[in-house]
Write a protein that binds this ligand. Structure first.
Ligand SMILES: NC(=O)c1ccc[n+]([C@@H]2O[C@H](COP(=O)([O-])OP(=O)(O)OC[C@H]3O[C@@H](n4cnc5c(N)ncnc54)[C@H](O)[C@@H]3O)[C@@H](O)[C@H]2O)c1
Ligand SMILES: [Zn+2]
Ligand SMILES: [Zn+2]
Length: 361
């Protein structure tokens, strides 16, 4: 018998989101139903609402969540009812060419629930990033549940389900930031600040935060930025070079996803440095770079999906660091809100007033 719950749905491009009745089926083989306890509002949810990801409306939004497993389907062994889990959008298959080559963090055939959650009239929903977690109960593949220490509050733990993991991983996993490195992070929202916090954790000695908004730059300092640059007022490439002996940074992270910012990151990098694109561009954006500069500067231009994370490896590790007081997840939580407040949270995000609004149930 299906569960009848409340969830946040985006019906059409640009239209305000609203809370609707959602039908969640009992878990089938390999699936789990999770009682969502907290779900952060990520910019990617807004991209979905704007039609920037695809046109498969209606979307069930929310994907940065933690909660308790409330039912499991046949054959599920990795989690049991009552387990505290973070939901992930990388349930690795173990069989694709990436998995077989020992690189499951790139899995090309990740698992999602087979059954569909629907509106009351039976219309099938597209869950954001294969999760859909602005909802009291959600149906996922059991592999999308990563068990972590229940001592961590859901508001903090859920953030690892997307934005914070994406940012930390962009720095540490994709960018390979290590002790003594210099890093510049463009865009200091939840993702960019996580890249800053991740760089600090990895031992970077110079961490330059770049944003258009002084308030964001102030918060970035609290996350570990050693210097800040307002790129609306100063040329960030020149400023970053001035802060790095005239050379540029070892790792430049674009956490905005805009051609202009990518170009700034490209030129703000030292020879043999790495550019990491973690911000999500829209499908119309293009870049033009002199090929001789791409060649002549050496190094690497990389994209980072979900911080190249492996949830089973990275979530429990980051939760342990959090519980030891070495990684401050609470600092990302600007406010806790109700399910009815997601549209207002998008507006606050747009105005730059929050790092993360987190829906609590
Ligand atoms: N790759 C992934 O796996 C992944 C995962 C989660 C989110 N994302 C993406 O990361 C991006 C950031 O997400 P977020 O939740 O932190 O968003 P956010 O809206 O909270 O933060 C964006 C920040 O960028 C700043 N900004 C905007 N334009 C700028 C510019 N031209 N120069 C400098 N700074 C600028 C804003 O002031 C803001 O502080 C989004 O595109 C989101 O979709 C990617
Ligand atoms: Zn795979
Ligand atoms: Zn996200």
């Amino acid at each position: 018998m299906a569960y009848e719950v409340r969830g946040v749905v985006a019906r059409g491009k640009g239209a305000p989101v609203g809370v609707e009745t959602i039908l969640v089926p009992d878990p089938g083989p390999g699936e789990a139903v999770v009682d969502v306890q907290a779900c952060g509002v990520c910019h990617t949810d807004l991209h979905y609402r704007e039609g920037g990801i695809n046109d498969e409306f209606p979307f069930l939004l929310g994907h940065e969540a933690a909660g308790l497993v409330s039912a499991v389907g046949e054959g599920v062994t990795n989690v049991a009812v009552g387990d505290f889990v973070i939901l992930n959008w990388r349930a690795v298959c173990g069989q694709c060419r990436a998995c077989l080559r020992g690189k499951p963090q790139y899995c090309f055939a990740t698992h999602n629930a087979t059954q569909k959650m629907t509106l009351a009239d039976g219309t099938e929903l597209s869950p954001a990033l294969g999760i859909g977690a602005f909802v009291e109960k959600t149906l996922v593949h059991s592999g999308q549940c990563t068990k972590v220490d229940p001592a961590a509050p859901a508001t903090a733990a859920g953030l690892l389900g997307c934005g914070v993991m994406a940012g930390v991983g962009a720095a540490i996993n994709t960018g390979g930031v290590g002790r003594g490195d210099s890093v510049a992070v463009f865009g200091c929202g939840g993702v960019g600040d996580a890249a800053i916090a991740g760089s600090r954790l990895a031992g970077a000695s110079t961490i330059i935060a770049v944003d258009l908004d002084d308030r964001k730059l102030e918060w970035a300092k609290g996350m570990g930025a050693t210097h800040t640059v307002n790129s609306g007022q100063t040329d960030p490439v020149e400023a970053i070079k001035a802060l790095t002996g005239g050379f540029g940074v070892d790792v430049a992270i674009d956490a905005v996803g805009h051609p202009k910012v990518f170009e700034q990151a490209f030129y703000a990098r030292d020879l043999a440095g790495t550019v990491v694109l973690v911000g999500v561009p829209n499908p119309t954006m293009t870049i033009e770079l002199p090929l001789i500069e791409v060649f002549g500067r050496g190094g690497a231009l990389k994209s980072s999906w979900y911080g190249d994370c492996l949830p089973s490896r990275d979530f429990p590790m980051l939760i342990d660091l959090y519980l030891q007081g070495r990684f401050d997840l609470d600092a990302f939580v600007s406010e806790t809100i109700g399910l009815d407040d997601v549209e207002a949270a998008f507006e606050k995000m747009h105005r730059g007033e929050v790092l993360r609004s987190v829906v609590v149930f």
